[in-house]
Write a protein that binds this ligand. Structure first.
Ligand code: ATP
Ligand code: RIB
Length: 293
């Protein structure tokens, strides 16, 4: 069983479904409202655990009702929470999601996820040094990503950076991360001034640009390759990227080749979009393997 440490956000997703997305200043009548666990860090931790990894979450929740539910959800999914602390001075992170017209719009209020500082992560050094791979995203402070990139580099533990949501990243982080997985919009921001193709060529077998239902693109050292995803009936794409990242991390940590790992990640992510909620469709290991056959 591979060990995965996730340094990231844990939130509650407040999800409204509606036939129409409101314009600025407009009110529309929605169809349903649900509260489900989310946050990119928590989603990736849960997805990796369902895929068979031993997962250590490093994060913060508020000392409130959502915080308690988030902790219970980790426990229900066998994610280790020795390094998840309730903080009193901030509320749990929330994501306010509208599902309309076949896509989502999300406003994230980071709340307690801002307490995942370098000083906080320092206490989780043991989980990081014992991990086969570390996963990080960008719903926590920028300096924490910088700190973890330096720490992983120093410890020789591979870091998979999912640079979402989009924000600029230092050259140091780009160099020290072992793998970087932006979607097309995030890639355009990270590598402004050069084309996606040039960026891929610059970072062979390190930069993987996800393209939604089309799959994922990378440069294998000789040519640019698109590994296609799988055609499925889509219910909710929220969390597809998180499932992809978790599955990629687990497969790479298990020693699968880059191409095998990307196929596994596409398969897991394509299954995740078939059910409602970021974590609702995240598959178990067996479900992915049955489909791979
Ligand atoms: P998210 O919607 O979670 O923010 P993202 O924008 O980070 O996702 P995408 O490029 O949209 O990332 O999707 C990540 C991966 O999920 C894709 O590379 C693909 O493997 C899978 N995927 C996403 N959408 C679909 C879909 N409609 N059908 C099949 N696979 C999908
Ligand atoms: O990647 C999906 C996640 O992004 C959602 O669960 C929501 O919490 C947002 O942060």
């Amino acid at each position: 069983m591979v060990k995965v440490a996730v340094i990231g956000s844990s939130s509650m997703d407040l999800v409204v479904t509606s036939a129409k997305r409101p314009e600025a200043g407009e009110t529309v009548l929605g169809e349903s409202f649900k509260t489900v666990p989310g946050g990119k860090g928590a989603n990736q931790a849960v997805a990796a655990a369902r895929l068979g990894a031993e997962v250590y979450m490093v994060g913060c929740v508020g000392n409130d009702h959502y915080g308690k539910e988030i902790l219970k959800n980790f426990a229900d999914n066998q994610v280790r929470i020795n390094y998840v602390e309730p903080v009193t001075e901030m509320e749990s992170g929330t994501a306010h999601i509208i599902l309309a017209e076949g896509d989502n719009s999300i406003v994230v209020v980071k709340g307690a996820n801002d307490a995942v500082t370098p000083a906080y992560v320092k206490h989780a050094k043991r989980a990081i040094e014992q991990a086969d791979i570390v996963l990080i995203q960008q719903e926590i402070p920028e300096e924490t990503v910088e700190y973890v990139a330096n720490l992983c580099h120093e410890l020789g533990v591979p870091l998979l950076l999912n640079p979402a949501p989009a924000r600029p990243i230092s050259e140091n982080v780009i160099e020290k991360a072992a793998y970087i997985t932006p979607n097309e919009h995030e890639a355009a921001l990270l590598f402004a001034g050069i084309s996606a193709g040039e960026a891929l060529t610059k970072y062979p077998e390190k930069l993987f640009i996800t393209e939604g239902k089309r799959g994922v693109r990378y440069f294998n050292g000789k040519s640019e390759v698109l590994i296609p995803s799988y055609a499925v009936e889509v219910v909710d794409t929220t969390g597809a990227g998180d499932t992809f990242n978790a599955a990629l991390a687990v497969a790479l940590a298990e020693g699968k080749t880059i191409e095998e790992s990307l196929r596994f990640a596409n398969r897991a992510a394509s299954l995740s979009v078939m059910k409602f909620g970021a974590q609702g469709g995240m598959p178990l290991r067996k479900e992915v393997e049955d489909k791979m056959e």
